[in-house]
Every structure is written in C-alpha cells, then in structure tokens.
Design a protein around this ligand. Structure first.
Ligand SMILES: [Zn+2]
Length: 297
C-alpha cells in the first residue's frame, strides 16, 4: 500500500487511542481538496490538525493524516475506538471515480490487516447525526475491501466492447486516449468477466487515470496519408498526431486527444519540430510523422 506523507505539522501532541475496533468512512463534502487543505481547515477549527487518519483523493492517491495509532477527531461518539478515513468529493451528488474506489478498498484491507481487532466498518452517520458520507458513497464496495476474484471486481469495472480498450467506466473517449498515450507508473490486477487484466495507473501532466493493459499496446489510430495542420477537419488523422505528441511528452492542452487540431496542438507540433530540427511550420507531414514514430519507439 503506497501511502503518501505530506509532512503535516500538528499543533500539539496527539494522544494514543486506547482501542481500535472500527473504521469510520467520511466524504470531504467538497468536490476538490487536498490533505493539506483539510488539515488547514481543521486547524482553523481550533483542532490540533486534520481529524482523519487517512485521506483518499479522486486520483487514487492515499495520504497520511493523523498517525494511525493516535486519537482522531472525525466522528463524535466514535473517535475513542476508530480510525477515520476521508474521501475527497461530495458524495451526496457525485459518482466516485474508479481509481478512488479501488484505493479505498485497498486501504480498508490494509488497515484491517494492521488491526485484526477491527470488527466493523461504519459510515460517519452510523455514529453521529450527519449525512456524511452521502447517499452516493459506494459504502458496500469500499467496506468489502480489496477486490479478489471475478465477482468482486466485475461489480466495479466493466469491459466496454465498443471501445478498443477497456475504458475507465466514467472516462470520456478523449480522456482514455490521452491516458493511453501517457506514462504508466503502477498497476493493479483485477478480474473482468473472469479474465485477469492488469490496470495501469497512468500519469499525463498532473492528471492520472486507469487504463487496461490492452490499452497500452500502441496507437489505436491509423497513420494519416495526408498532412494535418491547424484548422484541418477533426478526426482520427489528427488523433494519430496528438497520440504521438502526448506519448513523446508534449503537452497538447487540457482537452487531450480529441481529434481537434487547435492552438495547443499546433504549439506542441512546433515545439516538437524545433526539438527535432525539422522545418517549424506546425504541419504534420511525412517528415514530422516519421520523427513522431521514432520518438515513441
Ligand atoms: Zn464525516
């Protein structure tokens, strides 16, 4: 289990928790926030710092809050016997991304492994009058822990047979294509319809997402036979150029591999051409295509 440490500074010493019999799950009730932000909110409540022991982000990263053996400040009537885990997002209305859900499952299993005394996984509202963690929080799946075997995983990830890859269930096609061209840095094996599939956590710039092993095998678009350039018709010819630019490490802007040759793609082509000592004209013709193919080998 990879747990990130933001080196949070607490205002005073934290006392030890006498017993550990439960995990209490929360949402942040905020769509986007970091562990540092939650820490500063709780400090401004006059607390010693973040009240949770762990914070799980939408990108699937897991952050250390209070040290795991210390008394938390996250659930009135529940702090004395529990470990608090908070999930970035507002699950009264949002749908949890797959990467965050998988990280939450892994974290629950990790904590239970450390504390065999844990007999209950609770929602915050089970111990305090609150709506936390929200009606859309996937409590049953997370409380079940790490998926093992076909039945557990097929509940969370479905194969999409209309897509050339096993797409992340909530990802747009442009996002999947962008992720596909990114750099993978870790993976988990899961089961899809009884087949073991490796899912890679992929990073593009500051964004992360999950793609299947199948998705990483190569460019899914056919090499164009014509020159593509800014303003030319949207489509797979442009996606081929964008896929290669991203895979070669060039930022093509926020919309990713969308088939639209806009200013960000144009600028990326020119940066690439300059770096490769090609004619800098923003046009992806035979010489630039050849250099792009070599750059991603
Ligand atoms: Zn809560």
């Amino acid at each position: 289990m990879n747990i990130k440490n933001a080196n949070l500074k607490f205002a005073g010493s934290l006392s030890k928790r006498a017993k550990t019999t439960a995990i209490v799950l929360h949402h942040a009730a905020a769509s986007k926030c970091s562990v540092q932000e939650v820490h500063s909110w709780h400090l401004s409540n006059g607390w010693k710092g973040i009240g949770y022991h762990f914070f799980v982000r939408k990108d699937g990263s897991v952050w250390q809050g209070r040290p795991i053996d210390r008394l938390g400040a996250h659930a009135k009537n529940g702090n004395s016997y529990s470990i608090g885990v908070c999930f970035e997002g507002d699950y009264t209305r949002e749908t949890m991304p797959a990467a965050q859900l998988a990280a939450g499952q892994e974290l629950v299993s990790y904590i239970k492994g450390k504390y065999p005394s844990i007999s209950k996984i609770l929602k915050h509202k089970d111990v305090t009058a609150t709506s936390c963690p929200g009606d859309k929080f996937p409590f049953t799946q997370i409380a079940a822990g790490k998926p093992s075997g076909a039945s557990a995983a097929s509940a969370t990830i479905k194969a999409d047979n209309n897509c050339p890859v096993y797409a992340h269930p909530t990802a747009s096609a442009a996002r999947v294509a962008t992720m596909q061209a990114g750099t993978s840095y870790s993976y988990k094996s899961v089961y899809i319809g009884g087949d073991k599939v490796k899912w890679y956590l992929v990073k593009v710039g500051n964004a992360t997402g999950w793609v299947s092993e199948k998705a990483l095998r190569g460019c899914p678009y056919t090499e164009p036979k014509i020159t593509v350039y800014k303003g030319c018709p949207r489509g797979d010819n442009v996606k081929w150029a964008q896929w290669h630019l991203v895979r070669a490490g060039y930022d093509i802007g926020k919309s990713g591999i969308d088939g639209s040759f806009g200013p960000a793609t144009d600028a990326a082509v020119e940066r690439f051409q300059r770096a490769k000592k090609l004619q800098v004209d923003g046009r992806v013709g035979p010489a630039t295509r050849k250099a792009l193919k070599e750059a991603v080998k």
